[in-house]
Design a protein around this ligand. Structure first.
Ligand code: MTE
Length: 311
């Protein structure tokens, strides 16, 4: 199994949006002068509309980011570690046909194909804050439904305590996999009560459309009170277990990334502050909110837990 630990993993590479945009402009000017190569224009993906999406009350009262923000500044290491790379490279991913195999400590193990996933529960639009551990954030109208809908279908056994998630790993569809610098497949996990919490979203789309590949097509997780890396993309496997599941960033650097990864402005990352964040498109930093602003909904999950120890 591949284990790569470059001396400096890209989480140190906290590139403020403004710098990144300016760097692009600079490169664009350069390439225009040289006439050598063209910059990738952030392609608006296929843009397949999703019908019958109901608005939901899960929405923050903040300005939404643009489609371009959400689809051209991404983390999807399987397709490159630079923020602009997934939008350029993820076209090799084939999001259909697709299956998610759900098993482990359940009474009714089941394999769901994409069609079944799309129809499992009413699709809702939910406008969530999404806070990356790298201290940038974004507000996105996701489409999906509570993961609990899917988990109830497989009937978790009483000794199931955690839910483990796995991303597709296919060297053909992910030809840049060797540059990811993390062990693949990408894996994540939640405690069962976190996974069953209504805010935990199984997402199939954004901005009224199917998920573009760079955002984790065709199905991903969005856990709005946790750092963005818990939002595992392109899920193929879900396993209920009684043991704490391995998670990619914790396995890569346990001191810097914990299992819980709740957004917590009072627990800094060893190399930078988590007290503030830069909303994509804004110049000034804003204060990071406890649980990313979802305290009322989720604080009770952690009663009695030392959140400095269980970061
Ligand atoms: N899932 C996979 N399979 N591979 C990844 O590299 N990156 C994570 C998460 N899910 C990642 C992943 C990180 S670090 C973040 S911040 C979010 O996806 C980014 O989601 P977005 O690109 O839709 O904003």
């Amino acid at each position: 199994m591949l284990i790569r630990k470059p001396a400096d993993l890209r989480y140190s590479d906290v590139t403020p949006r403004q710098l990144y945009v300016n760097r692009r402009r600079f490169l664009a000017a350069g390439s225009a002068a040289l006439g050598a190569w063209t910059l990738p224009t952030p392609a608006k993906a296929a843009g397949v509309k999703i019908a019958n999406v109901v608005k939901s009350n899960y929405k923050v009262d903040e300005k939404m980011n643009s489609y371009e923000d959400a689809t051209t500044y991404n983390n999807y290491y399987e397709f490159g570690t630079d923020k602009a790379e997934p939008a350029r490279n993820a076209n090799t991913l084939k999001p259909s046909p697709w299956q998610i195999v759900v098993g482990g400590l359940v009474n009714k193990p089941k394999t769901f194909d994409l069609d079944a996933i799309m129809k499992l529960a009413p699709l809702e639009e939910r406008v969530y804050r999404h806070r990356c551990v790298e201290a940038w954030s974004i507000v996105v109208p996701w489409i999906g439904y509570s993961l609990a809908n899917l988990l109830k279908q497989v009937d978790p056994k009483s000794n199931a305590k955690y839910v483990a998630f796995e991303t597709l790993f296919d060297r053909k569809q992910m030809p840049l996999w060797g540059r990811a610098g993390i062990e693949l497949p990408y894996v994540e996990g939640l405690r069962l009560d976190e996974a069953m919490h209504p805010l935990t979203l199984l997402s199939v789309g954004l901005y009224g459309e199917m998920l573009p590949n760079q955002n984790g097509a065709p199905v991903r997780l969005v856990v709005p009170w946790k750092y963005g890396f818990k939002g595992i993309k392109s899920i193929v496997k879900i396993t209920l277990t009684d043991e704490l599941p391995p998670t990619t960033w914790h396995a890569t650097n346990a001191r810097e990334y914990g299992f819980y990864s709740n957004v917590n402005p009072t627990v800094d990352h060893p190399r930078w502050s988590q007290g503030t964040e830069r909303r994509l498109g804004e110049l000034f930093k804003r204060k990071t909110l406890m649980f990313n602003g979802y305290t009322d909904q989720v604080a009770s999950l952690y009663t009695g837990l030392d959140l400095k120890k269980f970061y």
